[in-house]
Ligand binder design. Structure first.
Ligand code: NAG
Ligand code: NAG
Length: 361
């Protein structure tokens, strides 16, 4: 549909040039032009029948290309699965260091900062003294405290969901893993959130699974542009009594109509919380959703994709803030076509079905 639009534009452009050169036919052309403006198919309709027929053949070829492309993305998924297994030992070690299950050696901790050589000896000495002072003040931290909470706070997309009452809970988050669906299974990925035992809920693992589809839509095959997220499922959180932050109780004064007496009733209503992430709206078979659910899901798919694609692979850079700048650039390029392919050659998770499109990168 985009392409048809562009050819329409090119056609109008040629006409415009002719008009400028020959003012006498301007009126006649203008009339024709008016007919074309706003109807991208106008140019197509102006073509001879035999040509139109051949264009249809090209379109059929294009549909076949979309199906091959879908296969390509299935293989990409397979490759990702294969490489995920290679990354995993490193992510496990990261997790062990974060949660103090493993103390890295001096050699493993050696890291030369880019700007270090520019520091004078004197400045280095001063920095060292300050570091030591800082260490003395804090009493023996374990691992890297609040690692994932800090990551969450540093990423706008996530910090927007974060409520103050979520923070003490997320301090207990020890790892996030991505699991890809097995070969031969319907395409999906799961985010696994691992928690240390805590006072808020009894789960040690919270999961969120995103169903994907790598298949051109029958009714709109040309929009195919890689796998789409079609829907997601969360999990039940077993909150301990009184700790369910996704609920709040409100007190309401109620006046008895007849007697005029006032009594206070308490009601529980949903509360904003990051943990609502684990109870997303369901996408019904029909694909029809109300506006609210649609907005929630569009944001949710974006977040799920972002955690998978950016946060989990490079968590430390979000902890330090080094990765943040790049992503601001990405956001500013939203909607610009050049940025997309460059930054994210594999997945362009659009929200499937009738829901709004999310262009991420
Ligand atoms: C509900 O949300 C408010 C503000 O977001 C927060 O102060 C409050 O603690 C939450 N309620 C519960 C029960 O967690
Ligand atoms: C916590 O609150 C949610 C609503 O946000 C509710 O669906 C769920 O049943 C509650 N869980 C517990 C254990 O109270």
């Amino acid at each position: 549909h985009d392409r048809a639009h562009k050819s329409g534009t090119a056609g109008r452009l040629t006409l415009t040039v002719q008009m400028m050169q020959n003012p006498q036919i301007l009126a006649a052309l203008q009339e024709r032009l008016d007919g074309l403006v706003g109807s991208p198919s106008g140019y197509m309709e102006s073509l001879p029948k035999v040509v139109k027929r051949r264009v249809n053949a090209l379109k059929n070829l294009q549909v076949k290309c979309a199906h091959i492309e879908a296969k390509f993305y299935e293989e990409v998924h397979e490759l990702e699965r294969k490489y995920a297994a290679l990354y995993q030992p490193l992510f496990d070690k990261r997790s062990d260091i974060v949660k103090a299950a493993y103390e890295p050696t001096d050699e493993e901790c050696e890291w030369k900062a880019d700007d270090e050589e520019e520091l004078t000896e004197e400045m280095k000495e001063k920095a060292k003294v300050e570091e030591e002072k800082k260490d003395e003040e804090k009493e023996d931290p374990k691992g890297i405290p609040e690692f994932w909470l800090t990551v969450f706070k540093n990423v706008d997309l996530l910090s927007d969901m974060l409520q103050e009452h979520d923070e003490p809970i997320l301090k207990h988050l020890q790892d996030i893993k991505v699991k890809f669906s097995d070969q031969g299974q319907p395409m999906s990925f799961s985010l696994e959130f691992y928690f240390e035992p805590n006072e808020f809920f009894t789960n040690t693992l919270l999961t969120k699974t995103y169903k994907m589809r790598s298949e051109p839509d029958e009714s709109d095959p040309f929009s195919f542009d890689g796998p789409e997220i079609m829907g997601c499922t969360g999990c039940t959180i077993d909150w301990t009594k009184g700790k369910n932050v996704t609920l709040k109780t409100i007190k309401k004064k109620q006046k008895h109509k007849g007697r005029g007496t006032v009594r206070t009733v308490t009601k529980t209503v949903p509360n904003d919380s990051f943990f609502n992430f684990f109870t997303p709206p369901e996408v019904p078979e029909s694909g029809e959703l109300d506006e609210d659910s649609e907005a929630v899901l569009a944001a949710d798919f974006e977040i799920g994709h972002f955690i998978r694609e950016r946060i989990v692979p490079r968590a430390v850079l979000y902890f330090t803030g080094e990765a943040i700048e790049d992503d601001d650039d990405d956001v500013s390029m939203e909607g610009e076509e050049e940025g997309e392919e460059e930054n994210d050659p594999d997945y362009d998770p659009k929200v499937g079905g009738r829901m709004p499109t999310v262009d991420l990168m």
